[in-house]
Design a protein around this ligand. Structure first.
Ligand SMILES: *Cc1c(COP(=O)(O)O)cnc(C)c1O
Length: 379
């Protein structure tokens, strides 16, 4: 089955009760048993719920995995991955990552005795140089948020396999439409399904997808034991979102390319970060491991500072100033004061997240209207 069919049919069966084409929203916490333990595989909705199961099967299918797990948020999904570890274990993480992930690692899990190394992952040798006998996991996010750096998943997978480490990839920005990390050697794919997977800015959800049964069993155990599951209503919405993922992503990519080029040619723009440009430092890797360049773009205007960047995002009318990304509507954000405010200034400036940086999540509106909006806001 090809991707554009999997989004609609992958892992799905019509509902056995009445043949409903969409999986019903099983809004139930529990399931009747004929005798203690006599049930159809569903006994309590933290453990299993048919609507969530349908979503988890769909997620597994579109990421070319075998097992999917859905959580109450992206961070809950990451939390479950780190719970595979024990005090004393070490994680090598990219240093250019979602602010909430950094906060979870440093403010929660460091207190539990897990050590994190935040490093540049531009080359795999640098990653290998941080491996020691305590290393258990490599955490990759690509494209990175908000600097649009690209990490070569295949070359990092060589390091993880050589040293018998887990490799987890946050695939939120690319989505499986553009990039399938399990095919490139990753062990765990993670999503903030809040973003492109849901696609309509109407839910908060996380996902993990794996191929290996042993890792899946451990993660299912953590999902049930820690309990950060998503509800049936949100599972239904995410499933509905996935059915149009391929056509939404196609338009996100088209509009993203047009806006990236418009910004690059704009006399007031200093720098545009978008992996589709030939002069992007990791363009060749992006071309190799992705099927397109997506709709996320960051930029800095000439001579701008905190105040002038804020003014531009305030002036936008069709782009909504908001946290988050990946919905059908275009959003603009100011990472230094919004998504990345939880990263100390000197830490974030090291990776290029300066006060003047603006991040766009390009939606699927008419691109002429989006460009006109940027034109009037940048002035
Ligand atoms: C939003 C986001 C997360 C966190 O997901 P939530 O659903 O907000 O908990 C993690 N990684 C990336 C890249 C994100 O954009």
């Amino acid at each position: 089955m090809k991707f554009n069919t999997k989004t609609i049919h992958g892992g799905q069966e019509h509902d056995p009760a009445y043949g409903a084409v969409m999986p019903p929203i099983y809004q139930t916490s529990t399931y009747a048993q004929t005798t203690p333990g006599g049930h159809n595989g569903f006994e309590y909705s933290r453990t299993h719920n048919p609507t969530r199961k349908a979503l988890e099967n769909s997620l597994a299918s579109i990421e070319n995995g075998k097992f999917g797990l859905a959580f109450g948020s992206g961070l809950a999904a990451i939390d479950a991955v780190i719970k595979l570890l024990k005090p004393g274990d070490e994680v090598i993480s990219t240093n250019d990552l979602y602010g909430g992930t950094y906060r979870l690692f440093t403010k929660i899990f460091e207190d539990f005795g897990i050590k994190f190394h935040f490093i540049g992952m531009g080359n795999a040798d640098n990653v290998a140089s941080y491996v020691n006998e305590n290393t258990k996991l490599i955490w990759v996010e690509t494209p990175t948020n908000p600097m649009m750096n690209i990490i070569d998943i295949k070359s990092i997978a060589v390091v993880s396999k050589k040293h018998n480490l887990l490799l987890a990839v946050d695939n939120t920005f690319a989505t499986p439409y553009l990039q399938r990390p399990l095919d490139l050697g990753a062990d765990i794919v993670m999503h903030s399904a809040t973003k492109y997977i849901g696609g309509h800015s109407d839910l908060v959800m996380g996902a993990l997808i794996v191929k290996d049964e042993e890792i899946a069993e451990k993660l299912y155990f953590i999902q049930n034991a820690s309990g950060a599951v998503c509800g049936p209503q949100d599972s239904f919405l995410a499933l509905r979102g996935i059915k149009t993922l391929h056509i939404r992503m196609q338009r996100h990519c088209e509009n993203g390319a047009a806006i990236a080029k418009y910004l690059k040619n704009h006399p007031k723009i200093e720098k545009v970060y978008w992996p589709g440009f030939g002069d992007h430092p990791n363009h060749d890797i992006a071309k190799e491991q992705m099927d397109g360049f997506g709709g996320m773009i960051s930029f800095v205007t000439k001579g701008s500072n905190y105040g002038s960047a804020i003014k531009i995002v305030e002036n936008l009318k069709i782009f909504t100033l908001a946290e988050s990304l990946g919905g059908v509507e275009s959003l603009a954000g100011h990472p230094a004061s919004m998504t990345h405010a939880s990263i100390p200034k000197e830490e974030r400036e090291k990776t290029g997240v300066v006060d003047a940086l603006i991040r766009l999540s390009v939606g699927i509106e008419d691109v002429d209207d989006l460009i006109a909006d940027l034109e009037q806001a940048i002035g």
